[in-house]
Design a protein. Sequence first.
Length: 270
Amino acid sequence: MPELPEVETTVRGLTPHLAGQRLLRVSTMRPDLRRPFPVDLAQRLTGATVTGLSRRAKYGIVSTDRDDHMIFHLGMSGSWRIGAGEPGKHDHLVIDTAAGQRLMLHDPRRFGSVDLVAGDPLIAFPAFVTLGPEPLSDAFDAAYLSRALAGRRAPIKAMLLDQTVVAGLGNIYVCEALNMARIAPTRAAADVPKAKIALLVPAIKAVLEASIAAGGSTLRDYKQPDGELGYFAKDWRVYGREGEACECGGTIARIVQSGRSTFYCPKCQR
């Protein structure tokens, strides 16, 4: 599933093609993805001018001069394609700009979603209301995370995946950051010492920033809007590397937590 770096990369890739552009035509090729498209999507977006693009957690936001905000989630296999030509079988939303650009939301598995809200999306969109701070923001620091984890007996990995604790983190980057901070993913969150939390927060930020710089991690269908693949996967420390050597000399193991694969090094992660 595309995670925060993939969505951030997508938003940055779309911005030069959409920001400041008038939307000449907005078309849906089917009635739904994971849930139905907004019935008035085409009517409200056609003729509007895009005033900016942004991201919240794993969602991208396209804002217009009508104070409408199209919020998209890439689901398991979604990506945006930029280019001319007719929509393919899995291109479900098509946007044509007055400048002659065509952008298509491509989603073979159709687990993605598109919503449309008026007003401040951070307030108007229900999924945003309960989200924790962005991990790359100043609000996400060691003091905040220590407070959020206090008294919590769930494994530290589960707590980092809890979107009410911190928004946008996913399986890959939590595994990577826990390895960088030398914290066992099975350790109770409340038992992680403050000294370790002080290492964990910058590790999370470093892993995310490195992945964004590399264009994200390509898993199955994910591509950047220009068609390029994400290359951070070649720099994974532990994810997907069961049986290989950790940089500490230990052997990377795989366990299952809450139905998800966890990769870590039993030697250096305590």
